[in-house]
Ligand binder design. Structure first.
Ligand code: G4P
Length: 524
């Protein structure tokens, strides 16, 4: 392989930030982009209050709600690395897109609010990362505010998430008394709210402050030193392999808002974050990022990013090789060859045409209906399919009809396209074939309704049937309709597979006790 191409690939770091809303994801993203020179003033990404919309606000509905629905991609250079951050919608109403974005990254940064600890959405996203075995780096944020005891948080990581942790640094004080961080990894103390030239204090070989400093006599310093001793003696050891396998998470403390600890985090993170990783094909072959031939897969399809042009964009994670505009690629599901003349790279909404891109990067391909989520694209002669992306079990369901029956054709066309895009999951009742839509989060329904009206000119009626526990069936031939009841509805999915929608976990267990021979399973 061309040495320059190899070098380009090896300097890529592609990650996502996982967190619960309000933990500080946007604030940290901003600081990272700022270090990388990608934005001039922090405050560009987010502007809820200033009236500027977040740059990732592509869709009308995002503007109305002031939240980010779609995942955008941001790229910048730092310390000889080319960094791609894939944004994951952080609102409570996050969707399958959020999960699928995690399929396209090589590592994840988990942000935790020091006062709140691990929250629901963090846990859900963490599980997906864990399933993939990708490295997870933890940033505990808002140390300028009073929060939980650091040791308590470390314990929470191990107990709630079941992952080992290693504190890369440790806070000295907190809230109003936040003095700085004891940096175990870089052997120094980084002082809070101190000018750069005086910010760092050295440690001696016993790990104590090496210089005379007023901090030394504070109770916060003494407490931190006691904790450090405890961590040194009883804590986990730093283990690079375990980090790479996602078994141990390095933990950093800081305060994104005051831009404290973020740069230290980024610098250290880049030393351990993996370069683009190989990916497995359906026939169990490994595709190496530095293979000569271009390959990639579609993990997201975004419609109408620009309402002036009715375009769809297929987001492709490049797995191997180099992409060049104008090249011919094959979409291997259909075998169709496509000359790529229009391709985009993303810094939120400043989309630029991309001429070249490398394994690890994300590119957007203009789509006139050629692509589906999970599709493989290749540039060389070898044809293959990458392993299927997992489907995620929806939790919320709605019965949907067109308000005007005359619009039924548009209604079905719209549903088909939006389902293919992965915006929503499709089910139907057994005999009456009524449409039921399933989603991971409520917002998917709102986006669906909005798009049906704006793009397909159909007003829909949505009747919630609430949250359900969806279970697929291994031995479908043994299923009988008499097994259904008010708490266990039987429907079919878009592939005509049977799915039980149970009222709740209790109803699921009750059913399983009664019909032991029916083998139920859930998607992720
Ligand atoms: P998110 O993307 O994860 O949802 O979080 P975001 O960065 O929007 O931060 C949520 C709130 O937390 C914001 O305040 C933000 O200013 C604040 N925040 C983020 N990092 C820190 C930190 O290190 N320390 C403190 N004290 N606050 C932090 P907000 O008032 O809700 O929003 P806004 O007024 O800034 O728009």
């Amino acid at each position: 392989m061309d040495l320059n191409v190899k070098e380009e690939i090896l300097k890529r770091r592609t990650f996502a930030i996982i967190s619960h809303p309000d933990a500080g994801k946007t604030t940290i993203t901003e600081k990272l982009l700022y270090f990388g020179g990608a934005i001039r003033d922090a405050g560009t990404v987010k502007g809820k209050k200033s009236g500027k919309f977040a740059t990732s606000d592509w869709m009308e509905i995002e503007k109305q709600r002031g939240i980010s629905v779609t995942s955008s991609v941001m790229q910048f250079d730092f310390n000889d690395c080319r960094i791609n951050i894939l944004d994951t919608p952080g609102h409570q109403d996050f969707s399958e897109d959020t999960y699928r974005t995690l399929m396209a990254v090589d590592s994840a940064v988990m942000i935790i609010d020091v006062a709140k600890g691990i929250e629901v959405q963090t846990l859900k996203l963490f599980k997906v990362c864990r399933m993939r075995g990708i490295p997870i780096f933890t940033f505990i944020n808002k140390l300028d505010r009073q929060g939980k005891e650091p040791l308590e948080l470390m314990e929470e990581l191990e107990e709630v998430l079941g992952i080992q942790s290693y504190a890369m640094n440790w806070p000295i004080g907190m809230g109003k008394e936040f003095l700085g961080i004891y940096d175990r990894f870089n052997n120094r103390i980084e002082q809070f709210r101190t000018e750069e030239k005086d910010r760092y204090l050295p440690l001696d070989e016993d790990g104590e402050l090496a210089v005379d400093h007023s901090m030394k006599i504070t109770s916060y310093y003494k407490e931190a030193m006691e904790d450090i001793k405890l961590l040194n003696e009883a804590g986990n050891e730093f283990d690079k392999d375990k980090i790479q396998n996602g078994e141990l998470t390095p933990v950093f403390f800081g305060s994104a808002l005051t831009n404290f600890g973020v740069q230290t985090f980024l610098e250290t993170y880049l030393q351990f974050a993996p370069a683009p990783q190989p990916r497995i094909t359906e026939d169990d072959q490994e595709v190496n990022p530095i293979d000569n031939d271009f390959s990639g897969f579609v993990f997201k399809i975004q419609a109408n990013m620009n309402p002036a042009h009715r375009d769809r964009i297929a987001f492709v994670r490049i797995v191997s090789g180099k992409f060049e505009r104008g090249m011919n690629i094959t979409q291997t599901r259909t075998g169709k060859s496509i000359k790529v003349t229009q391709s985009t790279q993303f810094l939120a909404d400043d989309r630029e045409t991309v001429e070249t891109a490398f394994a690890g990067d994300i590119i957007g391909l203009y789509d006139t209906g050629n692509y589906q989520i999970g599709d493989t694209v290749v540039g060389g002669k070898k044809n293959f399919l990458f392993e299927k992306l997992p489907q995620f079990t929806p939790e919320l369901f709605m019965k949907v009809t067109a308000k005007n029956v005359m619009k039924s054709k548009h209604f079905h066309k719209g549903i088909l396209q939006l389902v293919q895009e992965g915006a929503i999951q499709y089910y139907k009742t057994l005999h009456t074939e009524e449409v039921i839509l399933g989603a991971v989060g409520q917002l998917q329904f709102e986006v669906f309704e909005h798009r049906m009206k704006n793009e397909y000119n159909v007003d829909v009626r949505m009747d919630s049937i609430g949250s359900k526990v969806a279970r697929w069936i291994e031995n479908e031939e043994d299923v009988k309709e008499s097994m259904t009841g008010p708490r266990s509805m039987l429907v079919k999915d878009r592939y005509d597979r049977y799915v039980f929608l149970f009222e709740n976990d209790f109803a699921t267990r009750w059913f399983q006790d009664k019909y032991e021979h029916i083998k139920l399973f859930n998607l992720l």
